[in-house]
Design a protein around this ligand. Structure first.
Ligand SMILES: [Zn+2]
Ligand SMILES: [Zn+2]
Length: 490
């Protein structure tokens, strides 16, 4: 690619031409954070400062990737930290789009955008038009801590879970005409969070509910699995518990392995507390984070547990329920933090509403700023840890991958709308280079003018300090482009 953030286009060189007097004044949109988002960032900023002060006092530190994630989150969506300037080619409208952090840990904005983009791509380009079942695996809590810290081991555990599901499907499936066993397909999403932002490493697997077998010409034909029964899930969880423990023992983690916390590793400490659902360093240390009560909920069917492992396989959608499968994809890809379920309280604490009441009646939890940031820090995945694993025919290298996936459908561009969630632009031309930059840095691909519907063009990319001058100038004048000297600092 011929661009990079290291060499942004100089803002001043692409300064706006003065509007022609015979034209109407253009309208402006400044994409700014919503009030809830602003409140959350204020709390995170306060909590992060408190956490750093606490760690400094103890002479401890967090790994650089956690600090990076925090700092980038705090600048995410801030027009002052950088923006793209889009303009209608006919001069009707201008739009400033802030840079985003693309954080993989907890940023609700970037996580929500990634969820929508990926789920859309799965439906359009990945998941064949067959039945899809969700199988959720959880592990005992000392194992959660271990797996949160070791991405390679976690990957092996996911492979073990996947092969147990495949084994079940093959045992109940038919062979192909080539004499070979059928081929499964799955996509596994590693989620690191539980319902109260506790560190709960678990796996959501979308499994094609059957197998592809070879026909007379060795082409794949779909065979649906027989209906799952409770006994199947009971058997599966026993196998998974045994096989995963066997794997962990082979890797040197015996069944009663004590947690050995390195006294210098502050992140290990935070993660241990976040797994147990308590606060690590506030003065409510060793207390569970406050909960607020309510009612009970029953256990779901097709759910079973064994030695602290659980398997839940009760959610399934038929081949025609593509909308349901799309919602399921969004659910498994959802971010840890959803701003609509958060309420920022007056004293900079945050109340998190649970999606479902717990069996002990808990309906929400309240975190101080420090407690919240401790939890968020524990959720940040180690660098280069894959959160999504494609298996069987859904893996790009599988010989049937291209044959089973749905034929790509052209995404219609709405006339008057922001086209945020279309597939990633590809290509090598200069123009596409810019489109890709916009996509990567701002999460925007092709924005339409609200007046004429034309695709808006990138006019400039601004970084501080030019951003601050431009924004100040825009806010002074209720409308119209900023004066020419506004960007002299670029
Ligand atoms: Zn972000
Ligand atoms: Zn226009």
């Amino acid at each position: 690619m011929g661009f990079g953030l290291a060499r942004p286009v100089q803002f001043a060189r692409l300064m706006l031409v003065a509007p022609r007097p015979d034209r109407q004044e253009p309208s402006w949109t400044l994409e700014e954070r919503c009030p809830n988002d602003v409140g959350l960032r204020r709390v995170v900023r306060a909590g992060y400062a408190a956490l750093r002060a606490r760690l400094d006092a103890d002479g401890r530190t967090l790994p650089p990737f956690v600090h990076r994630e925090m700092e980038q989150y705090l600048a995410c969506g801030d027009l002052g930290a950088g923006f793209a300037w889009l303009a209608c080619p006919h001069g009707h409208h201008h739009r400033l789009v802030p840079t985003t952090c693309k954080g993989r840990g907890f940023c609700p904005t970037c996580g929500g955008r990634r969820m929508a983009e990926r789920a859309g791509r799965w439906i359009d380009e990945l998941l064949p038009r067959v039945a899809v079942r969700q199988v959720v695996f959880t592990v005992p809590w000392p194992r959660r801590w271990l797996l949160a810290r070791d991405a390679g081991l976690l990957r092996e555990v996911v492979e073990t879970m996947r092969s147990e599901v495949t084994r079940w499907l093959r045992r109940h499936g038919v062979r192909g005409l080539d004499g070979r066993e059928g081929e499964p397909g799955s996509v596994s999403v590693i989620q690191r969070f539980g319902s109260t932002l506790n560190l709960n490493v678990h796996v959501h697997m979308l499994v094609l509910d059957g197998l592809f077998v070879a026909d007379a010409r060795c082409a794949p034909v779909w065979r649906r699995a027989r209906r799952w029964r409770q006994a199947d899930v009971d058997g599966l969880v026993v196998r998974v518990a045994a096989e995963v423990e066997r794997l962990l023992a082979r890797r040197g983690h015996g069944p009663n392995e004590p947690l050995e916390l390195d006294p210098d590793d502050a992140l290990a400490d935070l993660q241990e507390a976040a797994v147990a659902g308590r606060s690590a360093s506030s003065n409510r240390r060793a207390q569970r984070v406050q909960r607020v009560g309510g009612r009970e909920r029953p256990l779901p069917p097709l759910c079973a547990s064994c030695d602290g492992y659980t398997v839940h396989a009760g959610v399934v959608f038929g081949a025609r329920a593509r909308a349901g499968i799309g919602r399921l994809a969004q659910y498994v890809l959802r971010p840890a933090l959803v701003t609509s379920r958060l309420e920022v309280l007056g004293d900079d604490s945050v109340r998190l509403a649970l999606k479902r009441a717990w069996s002990d009646g808990t309906t929400s939890r309240t975190f101080t700023a420090l407690e919240l940031v401790e939890r968020l820090a524990a959720l940040v995945p180690p660098p280069a840890a894959n959160q999504v694993v494609y298996g069987g025919v859904l893996a790009p290298r599988h010989r049937w991958h291209r044959l089973v996936r749905p034929s790509p459908r052209r995404v219609a561009v709405p006339r008057v709308a922001t086209v945020r969630l279309t597939r990633r632009p590809r290509g090598t031309s200069r123009h596409v280079g810019w489109a890709e930059l916009l996509w990567r840095t701002f999460g925007v691909f092709g924005a339409a003018c609200p007046t004429c519907g034309a695709v808006m063009r990138l006019r400039a990319v601004a970084w501080p300090p030019a951003t601050l001058d431009v924004l100040a100038s825009l806010r002074r004048s209720a409308r119209g482009p900023p004066p020419g000297n506004a960007a002299s600092g670029a």
